[in-house]
Write a protein that binds this ligand. Structure first.
Ligand code: ATP
Ligand code: MG
Length: 273
């Protein structure tokens, strides 16, 4: 089955519901914003490439095609220096390709001015990094609320949304805790709450368990699995085969070249056809 689908350009940003706004606060952070039916892929790369100028120039990502549909759970694996973070930065709109077209939720990101790219990133993408990146002198709740600066959640509703997100990651009892008083696994769960509070289209995780002991790593991966079950679209970069094995799809990258090995089930199916 081809993963390529015809492009549907220029979708409007996530829309408020058709009718009047419901009176209650934002929906709890239980899943991504469902959007309208018949949605385009969350990610569509067409010949996307990134060459760092150098000298000498580094072809960190060679022209790549990739389609990731809503609800996919994709692991990106590859040796050090193969281009994983380069790909993640492009997907996360933290960097711009030097070639090709990147459609996010059907929207051509190359056509956007910087301000719109930032707003799109803030609303549609949640990041989880190896090093957590929490502000040390802000509480768990304040750290989560920082992600809400770009979205449209009215100020009065931010507290409830942040609290819901922290409850979703099992930290409802620690909303006033400073990161320094939390364990590594708990810090990463705060970072995950921050990533999901805006109910983004896409969760991008770069080595989310890289700084954790095996017990905390297991708990974080169980949480990521549960978010996938809730409907989030997830891309996880990891060196760890156990982490990658949890995803539904694996994309390999080597010397900047993306490839997607066929899953064993598809090969078996083809054999029986
Ligand atoms: N800003 C930059 N300027 C020039 N070269 C860069 C830059 N960033 C990365 N590279 C090079 O691009 C290639 C891919 O780097 P990237 O960080 O994407 O690898 P990675 O797969 O994430 O590695 P790791 O597993 O070690 O994090 C490497 O050869 C790296 O040296
Ligand atoms: Mg990297």
């Amino acid at each position: 089955m081809s993963r390529h689908q015809p492009a549907r350009e220029s979708q409007a940003p996530p829309k408020p519901a058709q009718g009047p706004k419901p009176a209650q606060g934002p929906k709890p952070a239980q899943g991504p914003d469902p959007g309208q039916g018949g949605r385009p892929p969350v990610i569509e790369l067409r010949g996307v490439a990134r060459t760092y100028p150098g000298p000498p120039p580094v072809r960190a990502l060679r022209p790549a095609d990739l389609v990731i549909d809503a609800g996919d759970y994709v692991a990106v694996t590859g040796p050090s220096g193969s281009g994983k973070s380069t790909l993640l930065h492009l997907l996360g709109l933290l960097d711009t390709p030097t070639g090709g077209t990147y459609l996010l939720d059907g929207l051509d990101t190359g056509a956007l001015p910087d301000r719109d790219r930032s707003a799109l990133r803030g609303r549609r993408i949640g990041f989880v990094f190896q090093a957590f990146h929490l502000l040390a002198y802000r509480t768990a709740e304040e750290n989560v609320q920082l992600a809400q600066l770009y979205n449209r959640t009215p100020r009065a509703q931010r507290h409830a949304a942040a609290r819901d997100a922290l409850e979703r990651v099992g930290l409802g009892h620690r909303i006033d805790a400073l990161p320094t008083t939390l364990s590594g696994g708990e810090r990463q769960r705060v970072a995950i709450a921050r990533a999901l509070v805006n109910r983004p289209s896409l969760l991008l995780c770069d080595e989310p368990t890289g700084n954790l002991d095996s017990h905390s790593a297991g708990a974080v991966m169980e949480l990521i699995d549960a978010l996938h079950a809730d409907g989030f679209t997830i891309v996880v970069i990891s060196h760890d085969a156990n982490v990658a094995a949890r995803a539904n799809r694996t994309v390999a990258i080597k010397d900047g070249q993306l490839s997607e090995p066929r899953p064993a089930s598809a090969i078996a199916e083809a054999g029986h056809a």
